[in-house]
Design a protein around this ligand. Structure first.
Ligand SMILES: [Fe+2]
Ligand SMILES: [Fe+2]
Ligand SMILES: [Fe+2]
Ligand SMILES: [Fe+2]
Length: 273
């Protein structure tokens, strides 16, 4: 529930719902501080945190809806980009200019209204699809390996399978209420495997399809930042490990396997090993 009384509907994906709630909490904090007349230099860090959290949310949400098969994901990403541009401009203005308390309240209300409008109207368009894609799996594994996931390059396929095994182990650990230290160790292991995999894959791509290397390396850097942020949220107690695994990391990994890698290696002159 927002400070204007709007309710952001649940999407059925726990990760998205948790981040929507956190963004609404942040906006609520900003609005209450502005209404109380808290000085600008005290409120500005909250505006900056809002921008950072909104950017991460949009980034993560795009991974989930693309992997879930929402065919209008690019249109949705464009809506994110436009909204972010508008709100970042407002926050930049508040940070750089000596504005009045009334103006701060107006900007806070604008962030609230614009974000809610997006989450209620536009996020509702993918909700049914994402809800069904986020359902708990039938068996113990989040990703059941099959030939769909194979690139046909043995060392890379082995690493992809290892990442899927790590994810499944994290999922089982969360179902079994494993101790925090065990969850942290699994996240560290998966992160290490992912970084080693990205490095090896970039080496292969540089030799077989050099024109795609730079863009794919940038994509890996984005994936690494997403993983690091989610890992940090779990380790700090701000995000449940099961929600992270089931409702974000499985989409993160399938988007990597069936989306970006398939495109990057399509048509490359790779010898099957
Ligand atoms: Fe959203
Ligand atoms: Fe969205
Ligand atoms: Fe890749
Ligand atoms: Fe890969």
């Amino acid at each position: 529930m927002t400070t204007d009384g709007h309710t952001v509907p649940r999407t059925g994906n726990g990760f998205i719902d948790v981040t929507h709630a956190a963004l609404m909490d942040r906006v609520g904090t900003i609005r209450r501080a502005c209404a109380k007349g808290v000085p600008r230099h005290v409120v500005v860090p909250h505006f900056d945190a809002f921008v950072d959290e909104m950017h991460a949310h949009f980034d993560h949400e795009e991974v989930i809806i693309r992997a879930a098969g929402f065919h209008r994901w690019e249109e949705h990403a464009n809506q994110h980009a436009m909204l972010e541009q508008q709100l970042v401009r407002l926050v930049d203005y508040v940070r750089e200019c000596d504005v009045t308390g009334d103006f701060l309240c107006t900007v806070a209300g604008t962030l609230d209204a614009a974000l809610c409008r997006h989450e209620i109207r536009h996020d509702g368009e993918y909700a049914a699809l994402v809800r069904s894609a986020s359902a708990a799996p039938d068996g113990p594994d989040l990703i059941r390996w099959d030939s769909r996931y194979e690139l046909g390059i043995a060392p890379l396929d082995a690493q992809h399978r290892q990442l899927a095994d790590c994810l499944n182990e994290l999922h089982r650990a969360s179902l079994g209420h494993a101790p925090e230290a065990d969850v942290a160790a699994l996240l560290e292991q998966m992160h290490d495997h992912a970084q080693a995999h990205f490095a090896m894959e970039e080496g292969v791509l540089r030799s077989v399809a050099p024109s795609r290397f730079v863009a794919h390396r940038a994509h890996h850097q984005a994936l690494n930042a997403q993983f690091a942020r989610v890992r940090q949220a779990v380790e700090s107690g701000g995000l449940d490990a099961g929600v992270a695994a089931r409702d974000f990391l499985r989409f993160w990994l399938t988007d990597h396997l069936l989306g970006s890698d398939r495109v990057a290696f399509a048509g490359g002159t790779v010898t099957r090993q």
